[in-house]
Design a binder for this molecule. Sequence first.
Ligand code: CUA
Length: 327
Amino acid sequence: MMNSLTNLLLLAQTRGNSFWMPPPASTDAGAVDDAFYLLYYISLFFFLLIVTLMLVFVVLYRRRPGHDPKKAPSHSTALELTWTIIPVVIVVFIFYSGFTTYLGMRTAPRNAYEVQVTAQQFNWTFKYPNGHSSSDLHVPAGQPVLLLMKSNDVIHSLWIPDFRLKMDLVPGHYTRTWFEAPEPGVHDLLCTEYCGTGHSAMLATVVVHPPAEFRQWLDDAARFAADASPAERGQLLFRTQGCASCHSVDEARTAKVGPPLWGVFGETHQFTDGTSATVDENYLRESILNPNAKIRQGYRAQMNAYQGVLDDEQVMDLIQYIKSLKP
Ligand code: CUA
């Protein structure tokens, strides 16, 4: 027992602040951890104090022959002042520590690099100042990054555990949050508000690049978008608009929430209402813009309409991409 406790303490020492939580990777993460540990150790101290005193009193004042209970005093001003003032001081100290940290986390520096975040069932889109979009978040190291966020459907919540960063995305309303990652690295980003059947798959990666590498990545991405064929642009849209979360495009026709798309162009599909149709450009266009118009047998109506999300050219790029998926 003593041995395992010592091992635990040694482990806590070697891992430093990251014993209970992943290693902090943003400028504010340390302050969040400090607020957590402040509460944690205050709670631990009083828990041990109270339990110890209870045990001591149980033994010391147990009922036994020759020790009849005395009448307890009904009032003690000194005692009441003590148990009022000490907790008040502690609570004010906790509030001060939490509030100053919170203010810093709410107020983005003016020079922050702005990335627009869109959440939809069930994926993330990150849009950069040059117009490029990606399904993972790429940011430069050592620079504050402001996330301007919206949702296309229901409430989602962006969570980057390594940054101790969490903020809801609400339909019809912009929310914002910011962070600065001092070191290059790769971190998990998850949706942490239950938003539907695909909630647990609403994952992305945060890639923190050295600043020069980030500019290079953004330039390359923009150049690719300018030179790409319609099918290549469609492939990029397919990844960034969330299609890939629900539709597989591999030759094995991997089963996902929605129908696999490999080789569908030219096939005849049966629908839940008993009708059927051949997959052509018009059918694909309708399935993207108004997916519930025709539901394939064996599937349910659960895809988002992309009417108003994609423009005509983007719809055509996606159609060209789907056409290119063939044996
Ligand atoms: Cu989006 Cu959970």
